[in-house]
Design a protein around this ligand. Structure first.
Ligand SMILES: [Zn+2]
Length: 324
């Protein structure tokens, strides 16, 4: 008997679910016809995707009372019978097809147990790298509990097919990471920062998972020191493996939903998370999709991401964290 790789098991799961789960079948078919348009933003590209199925997620209340009142859709008991899974990580995670896709291939990878969305346990980011290594057709992403996670009470990552979020291709250009932007590194990898993509971000690139994990741990400490709070920093993470190297983009956030969040005059129903930080803006309302322009998007990134003073503070604190 041959053992199938995780990638093969997942591909089989996706084919099966699009065949035998009507909800997934119709939502993936609808995504094929989704309207998209490109907006150049300085050196970066942003893609707008009009996706009315995401309205539920964009409008979802994220306060504690609302969360407690609805059944957990990541717990097996709260899921439809048709929703299948592939187990991973010695049974610690279940990989499932996301029935409300943003990507032509879109997975949810959730902890088997109902435990909070948190990277406090360093194994979580290690699991993210390991998943990226096993599922190399995907970018694995993580929304912090205060930065877009729709189930902040149940630990999960998502995985979206590569080639859809423009930032993930843009940051692979070595020219984006000149020596003066590198905070720490050696022949095997580095951590660096960049402001050239219209939002401040850190990137870790390494041939070695252990080095990438070390840099990430230092960055987390630095971000906590700068925020003055010991709980998880506000952030979105994008992680993938290409040509034998690990990539992790960390976008620190200062706000989840913008001031213009809502419906009506001057309002937009935007709930930006990792995919938006990756340059794919998912828009649930047609009027919002039609009226978004590059200057408005730039203002949104400026409002949601950190300012220069915070960036400088995090970099300073990184060196303190390194000497701990
Ligand atoms: Zn749950």
């Amino acid at each position: 008997m041959t053992t199938k790789s995780l990638a093969q098991q997942v591909e089989a799961l996706e084919m099966r679910q699009k065949d035998n789960w009507p909800l997934a079948c119709s939502n993936y078919a609808a995504l094929d016809n989704a309207q998209v348009r490109d907006l150049p933003l300085g050196e970066s590209l942003v893609v707008l995707e009009y996706n009315p199925e995401r309205r539920r997620s964009a409008e979802a209340p994220v306060d504690a009372a609302a969360l407690a009142a609805r059944p957990c859709f990541l717990c097996r008991s709260g899921q439809p019978a048709e929703q299948e899974m592939v187990e991973w990580g010695s049974g610690r995670y279940k990989i499932q097809v996301n029935p409300y896709p943003i990507f032509p291939r879109h997975l949810t990878i959730s902890a088997t147990e109902h435990v909070a969305q948190s990277l406090y346990d360093p194994r979580r980011v290690g699991d993210m790298f390991a998943l990226a290594r096993e599922l190399q057709d995907y970018v694995i992403f993580y929304n912090g509990p205060r930065c877009g996670a729709s189930a902040p009470h149940h630990f999960h990552y998502q995985a979206g097919m590569k080639g859809i979020m423009p930032l993930c291709d843009e940051v692979m250009n070595e020219l984006a990471w000149p020596d003066e932007n590198r905070i720490e590194g050696n022949d095997e990898g580095f951590i660096a920062y960049s402001q050239r993509f219209g939002r401040f971000l850190f990137m870790i690139k390494s041939e070695q998972q252990v080095q990438a994990e070390l840099y990430f741990a230092r960055l987390q400490v630095a971000m906590m020191m700068s925020s003055g709070q010991m709980d998880e920093p506000m952030q979105n993470l994008l992680c993938w493996v290409a040509d034998g190297e690990y990539y992790l983009v960390v976008v620190p956030r200062r706000k989840h939903r913008p001031d213009c969040y809502g419906r009506g005059e001057g309002k937009m129903l935007l709930s930006p998370a990792s995919t938006e930080m990756g340059g794919l803006w998912v828009i649930a309302v047609k009027e919002d999709y039609d009226r978004l322009t590059a200057p408005v998007l730039q203002k949104l990134y400026d409002e949601l991401c950190i300012d220069n003073a915070t960036a400088v503070s995090i970099i300073d604190n990184y060196f303190k964290a390194k000497s701990l």
